[in-house]
Design a protein around this ligand. Sequence first.
Ligand SMILES: *Cc1c(COP(=O)(O)O)cnc(C)c1O
Length: 372
Amino acid sequence: MKTTPLHSSWCEISCAKIEQNLRIALDILPAGSRFCVVLKADAYGHGIENVVPILLSHKIGYVGITSNSEAMAVREAGFGGTIMRLRTATFDEAVNALPFDVEEQVSTVEAAQAFAGLIKKRDLVIPLHLSLNAGGMSRDGLELSITSGRESFARIISLVGDNIVGICTHFPSNLTEELQISITRFHHDVNWVFRNSSLRREDILVHGGSSLTLVSGQKVGTDMMRCGAVLYGLVRQDLGFQPTMTLKARITSIGRYPQGSTIGYDRSSLLSEDKMLANISIGYANGYSRRFSDRSQVLVRGKQLPVLGKISMNTIVVDVSALTDAQVGDEVVVFGAYGEEAINVRTMEDLSGTIMADLCTDWGHRNPRIVT
Ligand SMILES: *Cc1c(COP(=O)(O)O)cnc(C)c1O
């Protein structure tokens, strides 16, 4: 007989909240701007197959990915719209992605030569996006402020100008002044491109701006913004965006321990009085970082309770003395809401020293996902 294993810890994915976040994002999107939903890192750990149906029901026509397996998952989920890669592909990667119809980025002469060869040899149409650095990330965009960059531009246009459908950049900072400088610089570069090539403004999709740009309230003036974080409720909860992932585990045992007991590896915690301690089925192997040792809280039956001692590989210890009714088998929320209470984004970011996107991509890959 086949049995489905009961999970030790798991991520609950709320499709209703993803949809609600999408609605809020579309509401604040500048009139006339398109919206590209970013699905990299398997939809920020949420599972591409869970997010695509929501996009289909809202007629979202553009998604952004980075890897070919993500492109494949997007097509397998039934998405027929435009898939755009958010970084430059290697040549092999671009060839391998042909069955999935991925629009690629180009910013070097080498890549343009490779694409030109491929397009000619196989008589293909591969729509390309010219990626500009615009003084920004210096990741893989073309830097037009230097002579060599402008020379490369001329070569790129002569090789693949006919295939260019978009011009894009990625802003490195969304702090008011820095964003303003980036926006100005990008438009300056885009205008230069149109003055120095036969590309026509009306044929080209000019895109830039991510979640924090969208919520910045600043005028971006691009044809499309590419957003991920807002959809998963990772930023600006004050605007109504809600986290869409809850990380849960269970109480596996409850015991009484006397004053003076130490807890966990290295005896880092000491009981100053008798306590009821619960063992919970999650640890650093599930993405509940060792950095949270002796510092974090969890929710049991809607009550915030402290984690005591070092985080073990697959377990943590929680002081449940404040609860009279805690039981083995109880669900424990280690991130997310339970009724009115929540372990929120701010708390987790402070504890971990990283951003919520880092945590939820990690959790989504290290734990089974359950769609609610
Ligand atoms: C990740 C990414 C985005 C989306 O960023 P969010 O902050 O999650 O909205 C947009 N564009 C590019 C190029 C990216 O890599």
